[in-house]
Design a protein around this ligand. Structure first.
Ligand code: BT5
Length: 325
C-alpha cells in the first residue's frame, strides 16, 4: 500500500523545505525520471504545490489539508493501526467500505478514512453529518481475540482513547464522555462512536470502530438542527487544527488502550473512563428500546453496563440507550 508516489512524498515531507532533484529521486528509488515526473504531476493534481529551483530540483511549498496515507505515515508511531489506509475523497459510509474489506481479509488495524460521507450513519441508522474536509470520518478495523459479548466495551475503550488523544493535543478545553458513545465539549457533541461487529458464535472476526470527530467546522457549517447541540474542536480550541496530526494521535491512543484492554482487562480503562465521564453522578433519563429509566447514574460495570439508581433505591443496569442529562 505504500506506493512509489507515497515514497516520493515522504522524501519531500522530511526534506524540511530543501529542494530535491528528479535525478536523485530516480536514482534512489530506482525508476526513470519520466516515472518521477508523472508522480510529481499526480501530487500536483492532489494539491501539493512545488516550486522548480533551477539546477536543484523541486521544492515543496505547501501540502493540501488531506488525511491521506502518505501524510499519515509521517506521524504514525503505531505498530499496526493505520499501517494500511484506504483513503477516499467521497464514500457513502466508511463502515460500508470496512465491511467489504473485512470480507476480503483486511488485517488488524486497517483504516478506512474519507474526506466526505454521503450517507454517514450513527446508531440505529440515524444520519451522521460529515461535512467535506472538516472532520475525521474513519473506521478502524480491529481483530481482537475476545468473545462477542465483549464488543460493546470497545465503544468505551475508544472513547477513552479519543479523550486521552484530545487532552494531549489540545489545551483550551476538557472533553467529557457521555455514555455510551459520545464525547462532548462544553456540553455539545464533538464526537460519535459506532461499534459494529462481525462474529461467529464464540469469537469475534472483526470489529468496526466507526469514529466521527468534528474538527474544523465553524458553527454555521453545521445544518441548523445541529447548531445548538454540536461543536467542533476548532470552535472550542479557538484555532484551526491540522487533521492528519490528530488522526495519528487518535490511532496511537486507540492501539494503546485496546491492547491494554485485551491484555489486562477493563480495570485501567474503567478508571480513565470514570475520570472523564460527564455522566456518572448525574441525574439521567435513559431511553432504551423498551422503557425509560430515570435516576442517578452511579457507575459502569466491568462489562460497560451503566447502572442507574432509581427513586425507589433499586439499581438498574442499562445496556444500550439514549441518555438525557
Ligand atoms: C453516533 O451515533 O454518534 C455515531 C456516529 C458515528 C459516525 C462515524 S463517521 C465514520 C463512520 N462511518 C459512518 O457512517 N459512521 C461512523 P448516535 O449516537 O446514534 O448519534 C447520532 C445523532 O447525532 C444524530 O441523530 C444527530 O442528532 C447527531 N449528529 C449527527 N451528525 C452530527 C455531527 N457531525 N456532530 C454532532 N452531532 C451529530
Amino acid at each position: 500500500h505504500f506506493t512509489m508516489k507515497d515514497e516520493i512524498l515522504k522524501r519531500f515531507l522530511t526534506a524540511e523545505g530543501e529542494p530535491i532533484s528528479g535525478q536523485v529521486l530516480a536514482d534512489e528509488l530506482n525508476v526513470s525520471r519520466t516515472a518521477i515526473w508523472k508522480h510529481m504531476q499526480t501530487l500536483k493534481q492532489e494539491g501539493y504545490e512545488f516550486e522548480t529551483v533551477k539546477k536543484r530540483g523541486y521544492k515543496l511549498l505547501s501540502v493540501p489539508d488531506k488525511v491521506d496515507m502518505g501524510q499519515l505515515q509521517q506521524f504514525l508511531t503505531t505498530e499496526r493501526y493505520g499501517r494500511q489506509v484506504h483513503y477516499y475523497e467521497t464514500v457513502e459510509s466508511t463502515q460500508l467500505v470496512a465491511h467489504e474489506l473485512i470480507r476480503a481479509g483486511a488485517p488488524d488495524g486497517t483504516v478506512v478514512i474519507a474526506e466526505h460521507q454521503t450517507a454517514g450513519r450513527g446508531r440505529m441508522m440515524r444520519e451522521w453529518e460529515s461535512t467535506e474536509g472538516q472532520g475525521i470520518w474513519m473506521t478502524v478495523i480491529i481483530r481482537p481475540d475476545v468473545a462477542p459479548h465483549q464488543a460493546p466495551q470497545f465503544t468505551l475503550v475508544t472513547a477513552v482513547a479519543i479523550v486521552e488523544a484530545m487532552k494531549s493535543s489540545f489545551k483550551n478545553f476538557t472533553p467529557e464522555i457521555k455514555w455510551p458513545n459520545d464525547i462532548l465539549i462544553n456540553g455539545k457533541k464533538t464526537t460519535g462512536i459506532l461499534t459494529e461487529m462481525v462474529a461467529e458464535a464464540d469469537r469475534i472476526q472483526a470489529l468496526l470502530i466507526g469514529i466521527g470527530i468534528n474538527v474544523n467546522q465553524k458553527i454555521d457549517d453545521f445544518p441548523e438542527q445541529l447548531q445548538t447541540i454540536a461543536t467542533s474542536i476548532a470552535i472550542e480550541e479557538g484555532e484551526p487544527v491540522e487533521r492528519v496530526h490528530f488522526v495519528a494521535n487518535v490511532l496511537e491512543s486507540l492501539e494503546k488502550y485496546s491492547d491494554e484492554y485485551v491484555k489486562n482487562g477493563f480495570g485501567q480503562i474503567k478508571q480513565l473512563w470514570e475520570q472523564s465521564s460527564g455522566t456518572i453522578g448525574k441525574r439521567v433519563k435513559a431511553t432504551t428500546l423498551r422503557e425509560v429509566v430515570e435516576g442517578e447514574a452511579v457507575s459502569i460495570t466491568e462489562s460497560g453496563v451503566l447502572e442507574i439508581r432509581q427513586a425507589n433505591g433499586e439499581i438498574k443496569g442499562i445496556y444500550s440507550a439514549d441518555i438525557e442529562l
